[in-house]
Design a protein around this ligand. Sequence first.
Ligand code: GDP
Ligand code: IMO
Ligand code: MG
Length: 426
Amino acid sequence: MAKTVVVIGSAWGDEGKGKITNYLSKQADLVVRYSGGDNAGHTIVLDDAVYKLHIVPSGIFDPNTKNILGNGCVVNPKALLEEIEALKKAGFSCDNLYISDRANVLFDYHKILDGLKEERLGARCIGTTKKGIGPCYTDKMARDGIRMCDFISPDFKDILKETLIIKNDELTHFGASPIDFDSFYEEYQAIADKIRPLVCDTVTLINEEINKGKKVLFEGAQGTLLDIDFGTYPFVTSSNPTAGGVCTGTGVGPTKIKEVIGIVKAYTTRVGSGPLPTEFNDEISQDIRDRAHEYGATTKRARRIGWLDCAILSYSVNINGMTGIALTLLDIFTGYKKIKICDYYTLDGKVLKAPCAKIEDFARCKPHFIEMDGWEEDITKVTSYDELPENTKKYIEKVEELTGVPVVIFSVGPDTKQTIIRKELY
Ligand code: GDP
Ligand code: IMO
Ligand code: MG
């Protein structure tokens, strides 16, 4: 069997995917992003240095690991070059970065349109990251997108000219100024020249490596409840961050996927609009926000806090075919007398074990909670499961019981070193 592992966000993002991907990347030959763009914010703490990656995969710190942006990603080349520059300054060459020739390019007009659409929605806005993600995927599906292979080719000028006619129509429709072709082309042509050496046929590259028996790690961005098909539509992103997205976003067939690890926070967070059934606002939620620095890595917005939601998690287990859970941020619970877990919802007197499709119904779901005893001990220096306090073990066991999936990794602090493996994945 191919040595492939998928890391996915089990809820609304920010579960610690960057940290766990970075930890596992030490064993991997390839780290591949398969969906989303620079709307992601993945935090990696290596020996006290904090890195926030938005579009570059989290295996970039090891020069021997190939880092790939798959065809399913939307790539803002300006944001990418900025991130590469910052990483180079920090001493990482980025010579190990590859971009799919089939990935769609995200331009400034996508960002402008994202902002304009949000403004028009007013109070009903999605609360996007305003990185242009929705408009770029819209263009991809409408076949108005520009792909990397065209961006770096001599045809770029003609393709951009055609595209800008459509985009300027859209911009002026919203009351914005049209884009001047000449200066826009000049700016992006210079960027294309810098990006060109990174662009290649990643479908062949990844499949060849898999066929050679290499270890591949697929790094999810966003989360299952932000998935365009399975998330809390319309308060979602515009891609498929779920495990199915790996196949369409990289060109690797489903029979080649071995493990799917769901990253699960000990509690739940959400940024942006839309229902969060287990949300609570009291001194504990504010304490969690402060202790865990729950402010968006991309937009700096305060993240909303809820208790762990196993109705959501069980749904996520099904959708992703999760084989294991990585439970993160357990250390944040130290010192709380009681901790809650939601096991199901009720709606109009009926029990619901998964979120309903209609957003207005989902917003009316009432969570049912199991209350568990907390623990006082500092667990940030724990190096094995056995060292954990009894009540922490009970919490982990409850998650396993409610989901039917083993907790194969747990995390007790932001540093990559504060990761404990219960089952080797490679
Ligand atoms: P991602 O988007 O899924 O990669 O997650 P983010 O990086 O946006 O948010 C996760 C936050 O939790 C970051 O600030 C991480 O440094 C931090 N983090 C990850 N795992 C742990 C952990 O086990 N304990 C603590 N205290 N912080 C963690
Ligand atoms: P990582 O990879 C948390 C949210 C936005 C908004 C919705 C749509 O760090 O977990 P978009 O800009 O994608 O059109 O916004 O999705 N969102 C995220 N929330 N973590 C993320 O990424 C997110 N990426 C997008 O806040 O609600
Ligand atoms: Mg994040």
